[in-house]
Ligand binder design. Structure first.
Ligand code: MN
Length: 253
């Protein structure tokens, strides 16, 4: 089985190493193609206004000077002689739950894979405390990743769907199990914006992600994580809201 790995935290991200260890339990044919720099929050963006460079870091290991989507495209079109059987994205440093999904470079890399018709799974490790940066513990992902992947590797999946997996911010031994749940929603408040001045005196703003509140809803990814479970959520790329089609069509009739 040929596996492509990517990670929106960049080619040197600790979570990519964790994902590689998980993937190696299933195959030796592992390819890595990831952004050279961190691209968290890049969503499903594609680099169009500047050239993208491809750097070989080793056998089957490449960095792309672009977004996670660029990396997956590059892997599928330029790097890999044959298409992968599966694309794994992550393990992201931090949650990709609820409405994080469309901001997420991690999930978007899997979206790109699903668009290309390849089975794609996004993995994210939730962490409890803000400001941990490189110190995010990946213990739950390390211990539970293969258990999750084992079930998903040949699970039936419809076209243009992907799977979003989040590991809870607790010790691996405390994880209660795996739940298949729907996507939840945060209360709308996109974290904090920190204002400051740069060394030359110009004002800047910096987006933070702390203090995002949510009202727990039964059967959601947010609830599963809160209760100490690995959250597995199948996602679809068709964003159409079907019941509104008729309502709007009537208006325009
Ligand atoms: Mn990230």
């Amino acid at each position: 089985m040929r596996i492509l790995l990517t990670n929106d935290d960049g080619i040197n991200a600790p979570g990519l190493k964790v994902l590689e260890e998980i993937a190696r339990q299933f195959s030796d044919d592992i390819w890595v193609c990831a952004p050279s720099e961190e691209q968290s929050g890049a969503g499903h963006s594609l680099t169009l206004t500047r050239p993208v460079r491809l750097h070989k870091h080793g056998p089957r290991r490449f960095a792309v000077s672009g977004t996670p989507t660029d990396s997956v495209m590059m892997a599928l079109r330029e790097v890999m002689p044959e298409a992968p059987d599966i694309i794994l994205s992550g393990v992201n440093r931090g949650a990709n739950l609820a409405d994080d999904i469309t901001y997420s470079g991690t999930v978007s890399a899997a979206i790109e894979g699903a668009l290309a018709g390849v089975r794609s799974i996004a993995f994210s490790q939730v962490y409890a405390r803000e400001g941990m940066g490189d110190e995010v513990p990946f213990g739950a992902a390390s211990a539970w990743g293969a258990k999750v992947l084992e079930k998903l590797i040949d699970a039936p999946m419809a076209d243009r769907t992907l799977i979003n997996v989040n590991f809870p911010a607790i010790l691996a031994d405390d994880v209660k199990g795996i739940r298949v749940v729907r996507q939840g929603f945060h209360d709308y408040a996109r974290g904090t914006i920190v204002e400051g001045r740069d060394p030359r005196g110009y004002r800047y703003f910096w987006f933070g992600l702390d203090q995002i509140e949510h009202t727990l809803d039964h059967g959601t990814d947010l609830e599963a994580i809160e209760e100490g479970y690995v959250a597995v959520t199948p996602l679809q790329l068709d964003l159409t809201h079907y019941s509104t089609i008729g309502i709007l069509a009537e208006r325009f009739a």
